[in-house]
Design a protein around this ligand. Structure first.
Ligand code: BEZ
Length: 202
């Protein structure tokens, strides 16, 4: 799949168990509403569901209506029609616990995020019965993009604008030069100086 045509583009592929299912409809509705946020971050969105193009087009009308919009056959991103589960099998997306009426496994809710080098940067897998949190997905995109370009890591529950951690492999002198806004090192019983915070770099 030619996911990332432009050299500096990121990509997200998110899979769904089936068209015309309730949780998936709410997820795709939310993804459509957040499309401008992904676009601002230069992330190309692609969904996948194991139904036909015709089903996808008809389902798009429901999703738009769920969002309170005109029931158009279009969303701000494409949905791959993986009717025969070819990609779902190849990419390990099937959920063995969720079967359709013919006993065939449905796709789990997988999130794959790709960097501009087309390599996988993050994967998350939710069962079919748990809808994803798209605010969290945007948050991880922010973390992935920040940490791809700066020698920092984002701590627990980090949000954009919060302080970040200096990566443990960066020597003190180099860290001082790289982070002119300053470094705060928390004292710890071990005496080791590894908990180093710095304001989020630009
Ligand atoms: C849903 O999208 O609502 C759903 C799909 C498969 C299993 C359970 C829930």
């Amino acid at each position: 799949v030619p996911l990332l045509p432009s050299p500096c583009r990121w990509g997200i592929l998110f899979s769904h168990p089936r068209d015309f299912t309730p949780v998936c409809t709410t997820e795709l509705g939310r993804a459509a509403k957040l499309a401008h946020e992904f676009s601002k971050r230069n992330v190309k969105m692609i969904a996948l569901s194991i139904d036909s193009v015709q089903d996808h087009l008809s389902w798009c009308k429901d999703i738009n209506a769920y969002n309170g919009e005109q029931p158009a056959e279009k969303l701000p991103f494409p949905i791959i029609a993986d009717k025969n589960r070819e990609l779902a099998v190849k990419l390990g997306m099937l959920d063995p616990d969720e079967l359709d009426k013919d006993g065939m496994p449905l796709t789990a809710r997988v999130v794959f995020i790709f960097g501009p080098d087309k390599k996988l940067k993050l994967s998350i897998l939710y069962p079919a019965t748990t809808g994803r949190n798209f605010d969290e997905i945007l948050r991880v995109v922010d973390s992935l993009q920040l940490t791809a370009y700066k020698k920092v890591a984002t701590p627990v529950d980090w949000k954009p604008g919060d302080s970040v951690m200096v990566v443990p492999t960066l020597p003190e002198e180099e860290a001082k030069k790289l982070f002119p806004k300053g470094i705060f090192t928390k004292e710890l019983p071990s005496g080791k100086k590894y908990l180093r915070y710095t304001p989020q770099p630009e």
